[in-house]
Design a protein around this ligand. Structure first.
Ligand SMILES: [Zn+2]
Length: 123
């Protein structure tokens, strides 16, 4: 991953399981999108990369929101406070579903640990 990113380029590091690009609004913020089953996925198409789900930079000053699709940036409306809350909630739900699916395959020890955590209300 280079220190200086060029605008309009999606950098993907399979080794580190992450991708990065400069914010598509032009503000120059470096946006990291971790890759994985509960994070973002990058698909290579003939026209360019696609990143899914949308990139919502609500933690950045510009709060831009867009989808990278076939190498093109499709802008979405800016996040409202309610959408930000819903987006965060959706992320949590996705993670929960993923870890619940993994839970079925965990060892008894891990299961014990989970139960312990839930006893204390840590989720
Ligand atoms: Zn921006």
């Amino acid at each position: 991953m280079p220190k200086q990113l060029q605008p309009g380029i999606l950098y993907v590091s399979e080794k580190f399981g992450t991708a990065a690009h400069l914010c598509a609004c032009g503000c120059g913020e470096k946006i990291r999108t971790p890759l994985g089953p509960t994070e973002w996925s990058v698909r290579d198409t003939a026209a360019g990369p696609s990143v899914w789900p949308s990139v919502g930079n609500w933690q950045k000053p510009c709060q831009s929101h867009y989808v990278i699709q076939n190498g093109k940036v499709v802008r979405h409306a800016q996040w409202s406070a309610a959408q930000i809350a819903a987006g965060r909630h959706g992320e949590q739900q996705r993670r929960k579903a993923h870890y619940n699916a993994m839970y079925a395959k965990t060892s008894p020890w891990q299961r014990f640990w989970r139960r312990l955590k839930s006893l204390f209300g840590v989720e």
